[in-house]
Design a protein around this ligand. Sequence first.
Ligand code: HEC
Length: 157
Amino acid sequence: MRAWAAIPAACTAILVAAGNKPEEQARFLAEGEAKMVVARRCANCHTAGNFTKFRKDEAGWEQVMADMANRGAEIPDDDYDGIVAYLARNYGPAAKMVINRAPVEEVGKILELSKEQARSVVAWRDAKGVFRSFEDLVKVPGLDARKLESKREMLAF
Ligand code: HEC
């Protein structure tokens, strides 16, 4: 009983720390049919960056879904397939990172940047608008353009 009661409390703590509503988190998600469903079902306890930073195949995402169900996520049967398909397509093993939407955690993980560098990328995007090309991205102060060159193919603009 006590353990179950602690789950919503833990979620509230995570959410308050993140200060974000699921609808606001949708802007960090790749475009796709199930985007809003994923925002509502997966970005309510934690932010989108918690899962968009990963690259997994369908089986891997199904594993995550089972894990989240154990943590208290309620995923209606009608939403399940759409969520898995969306995650496997946009965050699959070979999925590129949509640099104009990706949250800080994903930018940092995929480009192997420090937290500070990843924050600079997102702050620059928020301040200046979209990155149109790789050349735009490497203008962000504090990035190592030569090191980033090897990640070029992982980016979608
Ligand atoms: C009931 C709350 C809740 C919901 C809803 C939820 N999660 Fe989680 N999730 C957690 C908690 C708690 C953790 C562990 C703490 C953390 O990483 O913030 C977690 C962690 C994760 C992790 C990180 C696991 C790791 O190994 O680091 C991933 C990936 C994830 N969630 C994906 C999802 C996806 C995808 C959905 C939507 C299907 C979802 N979550 C919905 C509570 C939830």
